[in-house]
Design a protein around this ligand. Sequence first.
Ligand code: FAD
Length: 393
Amino acid sequence: MIQRDYLIIGSGIGGGSACESIRKYDKRGSVTLVGAEQLLPYKRWMLSKTFLRDKVPPLKKLPHLEPGWYESHKIETRLGTMVTQFNIDRRLAVLGNGETIEFNKALLAMGSRPVRPPVAGVSLGNVIYLRTIRDALALREMASLEKAIVVIGGGLLACEAAASLRQMKFKVSMMHRGQNLLNRYLDPETAAWLTALYVKSGVTLLSGESLNGFEGKTVLRNIQTKSGNRVAAGVAVVACGAEPNLDLVRNTPLSGPHGSPVSEYLETEEKGIYAVGDLAFYPDRIMGGVRRQTHWENAREQGMVAGANMTGKKRIRYEQVPYFWTEMFDMKLEFVGDFSMQPTRVELRGAYAKKKFVVRHYQGDKLRALLLCDAQPREVEAAKAELRTALGK
Ligand SMILES: Cc1cc2nc3c(=O)[nH]c(=O)nc-3n(C[C@H](O)[C@H](O)[C@H](O)COP(=O)(O)OP(=O)(O)OC[C@H]3O[C@@H](n4cnc5c(N)ncnc54)[C@H](O)[C@@H]3O)c2cc1C
């Protein structure tokens, strides 16, 4: 049996960052990183942006660390390999190839997967769920063959994919339930402005429509809506949210309805077993409450904190201001704070027309979030500081 001091399950940015952090504080402990994908941790966020758009996919820019880092830091990597069983009491993990690893500490960093809508035809060819490099390469290929593309969803990933595909000059429609795009995060006025921008950029909006099913024998031909419409489509990009990859620990205390519950140190209730990134349900020491985020910086920082804590040399609380960014067309939007509730009041500074503005979200008289368009890094840092001050943190 293989024995390891640290077992990291999932080679996304959460798992990769934990390896970096472990090596910072423990130069000698044995570490194995197991990942279902074939690649070492890479910049997943690029997949809906330049990786999709550039004439030649920028493969060299994709890795998170320079090639050779894991080897030179004596981190054993097992890629293209699933962990298929996780025995909490015995501290054992079984790999897809039948090998067993006995570990001292473990990290759950299995991330999330695209939600598959409960309708007919979800597995037809040309129905794409954009999560991995393979999905992005497939989308590039199919988009170039089939000109009519329908993006299902109106959230962050849907908006990014639709904008990129439109920039590639494809005929793009978006089917989404609400009237406005990104309405989960934006106030009504900003959402209406963004939606109008998509229309102006040539994206056809099928607003207020719900998906009823995908039609076709082996490949997609049409998309049916609940209202009885039928939309011709050669490719569908499904972007209806992400759910945590918790099958490995289902029906254990490491899995809950909202993710894997962890303490402020990112440790689960099982001592020595930690969880980070898209699957961690953590106490938010800045905004209050408990949350799960599906954003890059969150997974990155949580990986760093959990890795340090796993070594026992540090005991760091995770206390970052929630932050994420998105890019669409020529814009970068940055989100600082808590966007889970519609604000009772907003304050706009700057101008939508110039694509340079800040929208402050208030609940009553309390500042809860800031949305920044086209901001410099120092302005984002200032926004985080402003929020901390407003919250007395
Ligand atoms: C196309 C796209 C664009 C994005 N753009 C942005 C953006 O602009 N801004 C932003 O903030 N966020 C963005 N995100 C979200 C961000 O990429 C994620 O929040 C982040 O990647 C989460 O990291 P993670 O390490 O928690 O999980 P993941 O990146 O999901 O990695 C988890 C890894 O674990 C593997 N795994 C799962 N189960 C097992 C198992 N049993 N055994 C072994 N391996 C397993 C998975 O295959 C995967 O490789 C984007 C996401 C996508 C898909």
